[in-house]
Design a protein around this ligand. Structure first.
Ligand code: KG4
Ligand code: ZN
Length: 339
């Protein structure tokens, strides 16, 4: 099957081409520089930028894959969750393409796509290897733990009750005076810092449920900086602060993931979403899984941040498994919770 996929849920415009579980192209135009000036994603600007970029990005993906639109067997796009005006651009373009070709269209849940992204390796979907697992999804907008019982069969265990982990990285980075998005900046500075220099709270780490809360941590950093403004004067203490904040976030994420995996008696743990680019998180997940004898799959860095490749791979699996296509009269679902 030859399928094209489009992703425009937030600030990345992406198009991909998938053939029989193989990613022939996965092109991404990031808007990070555009939004950096405002310290966060501006929906109106994101929407205009998607409009401007979608056709060139899709043409580039088709050229890279060496295909033409008329060769396609199906089209997919992210249906939600995300910024509604941004979602509409990719979703309606996908529907129009499918309609003009007379081929099926599949609307995909963005987090469901993240959930299966760790099973894509070197451009190939390896679903035969999929075993029951506990999956940590950590992005700018969401933090959740999901029990994947089998392919296309999952149950949400818990999610954040306030800020997402990525949001916590970005907001604390802003307090420290780092540029947007702050997550990669904290990661970079934390490399040279002492994670034990300052003691920050680990919200909900001891509670046995699988929900998260990160707004208290952000507030703790705000009060810490109010009481110790001198910390920002020294390069080394800024690195120590970044390492200490990162350690608190990572500690909560990893401790809760390990606890859920032990409780559900799975052999595998997976992780995906933009925050899994974080080196501290990747290392801690590796060491904790080795200690607890779990097998670990983290999505490849290019598949961690938003991309249409993961949307296309999941859409193809759904069609192969006879999941009915999405109607051309259906609309985007900005607040769609992962079922
Ligand atoms: O999955 P993603 O690209 O977009 C959403 O769906 O939200 O995630 C973006 C988030 C941002 O909050 C960004 O700061 C964070 O991922 N992020 C990182 C790193 N790289 C990206 N956070 C910590 N360390 C990183 N290296
Ligand atoms: Zn995402």
């Amino acid at each position: 099957m030859l399928l094209a996929a489009i992703e425009t849920s937030c600030d990345e415009t992406s198009a991909a081409v998938v053939r029989d579980g193989r990613l022939l192209a996965n092109t991404v135009a990031s808007q990070i520089k555009l939004h950096a000036e405002y310290g966060g994603v501006v929906p109106e600007l994101a929407t205009r930028e998607h409009l401007r970029n979608l056709i060139p990005v899709t043409q580039e993906a088709f050229a890279k894959a060496g295909i033409a639109a008329k060769d396609l067997d199906a089209v997919a796009a992210t249906q939600g969750p995300g910024l509604p005006p941004a979602l509409v651009i990719g979703f309606q373009a996908g529907q129009a393409l499918a309609y003009s070709l007379g081929k099926p269209f599949v609307g995909i849940h963005h987090h469901e796509a993240h959930l299966y992204s760790p099973w894509i390796r070197e451009g190939r979907a390896d679903f035969d290897a999929l075993e029951p697992n506990v999956s940590l999804i950590v992005s700018g907008g969401h933090t959740m733990l999901v029990h994947v019982r089998a392919e296309l069969d999952h149950k949400v265990l818990g999610s954040t009750v306030d800020d997402a982990a990525g949001e916590c990285f970005d907001k604390t980075a802003k307090l420290i005076g780092l540029s947007y998005p702050g997550g990669p900046e904290i990661d970079r500075l934390a490399q040279r810092g002492n994670p034990k220099a300052y003691d920050f709270p680990r919200p909900m780490v001891k509670e046995s449920h699988d929900d998260f809360s990160f707004s208290g941590l952000k507030t703790a950093v705000r009060y810490f900086l109010r009481d110790h403004p001198d910390v920002l004067q020294s390069e080394q203490s800024v690195c120590d602060l970044c390492a200490s904040v990162q350690a608190a976030i990572v500690d909560v994420l990893v401790t809760k993931t390990m606890r859920a995996a032990r409780r559900l008696n799975v052999r595998w743990v997976t992780a995906s979403g933009g925050v899994t680019c974080n080196r501290g998180l990747r290392e801690r997940l590796r060491s904790a899984c080795a200690e607890n004898k779990f097998q670990l799959r983290i999505a490849e860095p290019s598949l961690c941040t938003d991309n249409a490749g993961m949307i296309g791979v999941l859409a193809e699996r759904k069609l192969l498994r006879q999941v009915p296509p999405t109607g051309l009269n259906e609309e985007v679902r900005g607040g769609w919770a992962l079922p």
